[in-house]
Structure formats: C-alpha cells, structure tokens
Design a protein around this ligand. Structure first.
Ligand code: PLP
Length: 456
C-alpha cells in the first residue's frame, strides 16, 4: 500500500480493532434478539442510503468551488469512528473521561494559537451555538447594553440577540469615527468583529477597533468561525495574510472558531474561548446530576449545551496530534495552499478583460463576475446565473460555484461605467478551502472562461 495515499481502509480496520480490544476487557455480551438484524437487511438499507446520498455535490473535489464544504481529514474520520463506537458524552467527566481530557487539550492548543495566555473554553456543536454562548456571557456582563456588529456579520448574530433579548445595532466597523461616535454614547456593551466574513472572507480591522473598545469599556467578541485558523498564516517572518487583525485576537474577550470549517472536522464541532476564566462563574447551576467545583470546572458546567459527542473531541484531538497548529508544519501549509489558490484565481480575473474581481480576497474566498459590453446589474446577474447553472450541468467539465448577491452600489463604487439598473447584483463566489484547489486554478479559470462564450 502506498503510504502517501491517505487511504482510509487500514485506518478503519484499526478503529474496529480498537473497539474489539476495548470490549474484550469485559465478559462477552450477546446482543438482545430485539436488537439483532440480519446482515442482508442492514446491507440493503445501506445500499439504499448510498443511492440516496448520490444527491450531493462532490464536496471532496476541486471542481466543487462553491460553498464552505469539504469532507473531514481521514485521521478525523478514523478517530471519530474509533471513539464513537464507545459513544462518550463530553457533558460530564464520568460520561467521557478520556475525551473530556482530549477536549481540554485540543481547546488549549487552539487558545495558544490565538495567543491567549489564560482561557476558559470548550467545544460546541456549531459556530452559532458558540457565538450564542459568547453573547450570553456578554449579556451577563452588560445586561442593559446593546451588541453591535457590521452588516457583514453572520446572520445568526441578530437572531441570537433576539433570543437573548439583547438590542442589536448595525455599524460600520471600517469607519473609526462613526464607531467612536457610537461607542461614546455608552449604549453598546459588546462589539462583534468578524475575522473572515462568511460571504467574502473579509477580515474586519480588529487591530484598529481594540483601542476604541478599551477606551469605552466595551467588550470585544471575535467571530472567527471561518477565518480563525488563518491566524497561523499571520505568524512568522513571511505572513500570507495581513497579520495585524489576527495578532489583535489575543486582546479579545471571547473568540469563536469552527473546527468543522477549516479544522478538517466533521460537522458538530465549534469552539468558544474566553480570555478571562472567571466568566465560568456565570455558568453556575445546581442540576442534581452535576455539581459545581470552583477549582476545576468540568465541561458540562461551562457549556450551554448538555450532551455533546466525545467523538468530536477525539477527532479534533487526533487531527491536531497528526497535523499541529504551526505556520510551517501541519495546518499552516494546508491553509497556505488555499490562500495561494485564491490569490491565483483572483489574479486571473484581474488580468482578463472579460472578468472582474469584486474585491481582493483577504483569505481564500474569491468573488467575481463577467464584464459584458452591456455593463449593467441585470446583465451581470443574468450571466452569473447562467454560468452558475451552465457549469454545474456541464456533462464533461462540471464546476460547482456559488451565487452571491451584492449591493449594485458596491460594484458601481469600484467600477466606473457600471449601470445600477437594479439594486442588487448576482455575482459568483468560490470558496477555495481545499489545498487541492491550488493546482486546479488554471483549469478552473479555463472552464469558466470557455463557459462565458456559451452563455453570452
Ligand atoms: C459559519 C459561520 C457561523 C455559523 O457557524 P455554524 O457552525 O454554521 O453554526 C458564524 N459566523 C461566521 C463568520 C461563520 O462563517
């Protein structure tokens, strides 16, 4: 077997072997007849499942350059399966003693990546829940003050503010004067700054916001659900992203990162971190099932959620053991390839007279549109929609892109001659979050450019 192949089969064998060894430490258990299924039945159902799952786009392939989707790394799959057969619950120490320790270790590694010297944190089932938790702590600290974020913040922040009955305000985080004017009023308790917006991967200028937040006693929450791991590219002598906002993350009161986005994990893995471990006091509860020990809070006591998959922690822990969070080893080179792919594709749109980049990518998300002779919002939208559908349905050279709606005014501001004949323009968006995208960029652009001929 080629050792370079990342083949999952021997890893899965090892996962099954580990389970057999685990069980062999006790006397054998015969499954109750009510649980026993003929192998034929299970196989038939699994065949049906495989058939049903064909209704998916090829997220694993570089031809899939649409949304934030890709399969987990084989080490994560194998580790998840190994632990999931035991099915520990990281709610409580006795529900998952081994995986609770792994969770603490993995979370500590992530906190260290951000430069936190001290922290309280844990995994969650998603970025949304992790953000909810950070906003809930924010409300405990500033119960009567609003939460402010930019219009590019993830749509769930507004919803979570509603849930917490916190007032939310939209503000332009790129305009320091407007921001200072808002903060001076004293009505805002928390600012949410997005490091890698979901739409364009844009990094908000955290380093310029930190001093203002400090000056006015406002809490800072960094939503790095998407962009957090790019912190590794901000470190070292030759940063591959603008380093200042990432280096300011250590100044934030809370941080959210999604290992199920750029952390090579299966879904069900978000993470929330707090800079001040004392916020653990807000979680105090008196469930008869768990108890509060101030010396060392266990995971169930510092989470809004109760049951959580210990297997998620095992998968992340194993991934970080095999691929450390370092700039030049493990995760760094993977992210660097994605970043380079985005810059290379962006460059194609800059050079070609037939295409325009919408904005320069801060991370690995590229936004672009064709530039027709009739340079109007409606014509650009029409061509984008045709390219989206045409490439997806191409029998021999399929490509899976995403559509993205932007204010026509934002295009007009950057491209003189653009006619805003409708308020919103549909453009194209590609998340190049697989390192395999890097070598695929020339082919990707060639397919796009050829498709443009056929949709004109
Ligand atoms: C994806 C994302 C979220 C939501 O995270 P989920 O894991 O999908 O719940 C929040 N904020 C940002 C910036 C994101 O990219």
């Amino acid at each position: 077997m080629n050792d370079q192949s990342n083949d999952l089969a021997p890893l899965l064998d090892a996962a099954l072997r580990a389970q057999r060894q685990f069980r062999s430490r006790w006397d054998a258990v015969t499954p109750n007849p009510s649980m026993v299924l003929p192998e034929g039945t299970m196989r038939t159902v699994l065949d049906e499942l495989a058939e049903r799952l064909k209704e998916n786009y090829p997220f694993f392939h570089p031809r899939y350059a649409g949304q934030m989707l890709k399969p987990p790394h084989p080490i994560a799959v194998a580790a998840y399966l190994t632990a999931m057969q035991i099915n520990p619950n990281n709610h409580a120490l006795d529900g998952g003693p081994a995986t609770a320790k792994m969770e603490l270790e993995a979370v500590r590694a992530i906190a260290a990546m951000f430069g936190y010297t001290d922290h309280l944190g844990h995994l969650t089932s998603s970025g949304t829940i992790a953000n909810l938790e950070a906003l809930w702590v924010a409300r405990c600290i500033h119960p009567d003050r609003a939460v402010a974020f930019s219009r590019n913040a993830h749509y769930t922040h507004r919803r979570m503010c509603d849930l917490l009955q916190l007032r939310s305000v939209e503000t332009d985080l790129t305009d320091p004067e407007a921001l200072e004017q808002l903060l001076r009023q004293g009505t805002v308790g928390t600012l949410v700054v997005t490091i890698g917006t979901t739409g364009t991967g844009s990094v908000e200028p955290l380093h310029r916001i930190v001093p203002l937040a400090r000056k006015y006693g406002v809490r800072l929450h960094a939503d790095c659900a998407y962009g957090g791991f790019f912190t590794l590219l901000a470190q070292g002598p030759s940063p591959a992203v603008a380093p200042e906002p990432f280096l300011a993350l250590r100044e934030c009161d809370s941080i959210v990162i999604d290992p199920h986005k750029h952390g090579l994990q299966p879904y069900g893995c978000g993470c929330v971190l707090f800079r001040d471990p004392a916020v653990g006091a807000y979680y105090k509860h008196d469930s008869p099932y768990t108890y509060f020990t101030s010396a060392e809070l266990h995971l169930g006591e510092i989470s809004l959620e109760c049951s959580r998959a210990g297997a998620s922690a095992a998968a992340l822990w194993a991934t970080l053991r095999a691929l450390p969070l370092l700039p030049d080893e493990g995760f760094g080179p993977i992210l660097r390839r994605c970043r380079e792919a985005a810059l290379a594709l962006h460059d194609e749109f800059v050079r070609s007279p037939r295409w325009e980049p919408f904005i320069e990518p801060d991370l690995d998300i590229v936004t672009y549109f064709p530039r027709p002779s009739e340079f109007t919002a409606s014509r650009v939208s029409q061509l984008s929609e045709r390219l989206f559908a045409g490439t997806m349905n191409s029998p021999d050279e399929p490509l899976y892109l995403a559509l993205f709606s932007v204010d026509s005014a934002a295009i007009a501001a950057r491209f003189p001659g653009f006619v805003q004949d409708q308020p919103v323009t549909r453009i194209l968006r590609s998340v190049l979050m697989k390192p395999e995208h890097h070598s695929f960029v020339p082919q990707l652009f060639a397919i796009l450019d050829k498709s443009l001929d056929s949709v004109q």
